[in-house]
Design a protein around this ligand. Sequence first.
Ligand code: ADP
Length: 218
Amino acid sequence: MLAIESVDKTYPNGVEALARANLRVNEGEIVAVVGGSGCGKSTLLRLAAGLDRTSRGRIRLDGETIEAPHAAVGLVFQEPRLLPWLTVAQNIGFGLSDLPRTERERRVREVLERVGLADYAARWPRELSGGQAQRVAIARALAPQPKVLLLDEPFSALDAFTRASLQEHLLDLWDAFRPTLILVTHDVEEAKRKILSALDRSLRGEREGEELAPAAAI
Ligand code: ADP
């Protein structure tokens, strides 16, 4: 379980981005965090990813406090953030350097197949469309087999058609890997669609302590 426990975040410039944020997300659950621009959504994800420290309170994954980037937590940003000097396969394998080469190559192949880009391993990021690049970013986040996948407005830079197909695709990936998914969006419709699709797939989960302030957690 991912537990966000009474988390405050005040930036050095005095901006209070989060105040007493609480959220518990069970393993394999999908949660959409919805709220207007500037309400602290990205801050929450950055803290959960261990990219920044809380001012007060803590974030725990299965009891372990997240204080630094953690192999069990993957993060996908709004833009793909691929390294332009590495191929698609190298981008995905980048975070797997601890694994033996054969296992690393197997993981890269598996996730590339899963995101429908098996033939793109040797391509350069500049040769990809926006949707393909974002699929590579999702594959890169999934490759270490994280327990939790955090997505920060992952489709908002894409056209509506690509966005809809990637949303469906993300649920297929969730079906295959069953990570806990936390999706941040300012788009209530996107959140609703995702929740309904997930319910369609018989997702059931219990959440407690949803007091994300001022964002609402659905
Ligand atoms: P959202 O993702 O909901 O748009 P953010 O988490 O990005 O919101 O930002 C929440 C608040 O914190 C905003 O007022 C923003 O200006 C501020 N903020 C975000 N990052 C920083 C930072 N590194 N330093 C100072 N203030 C920040």
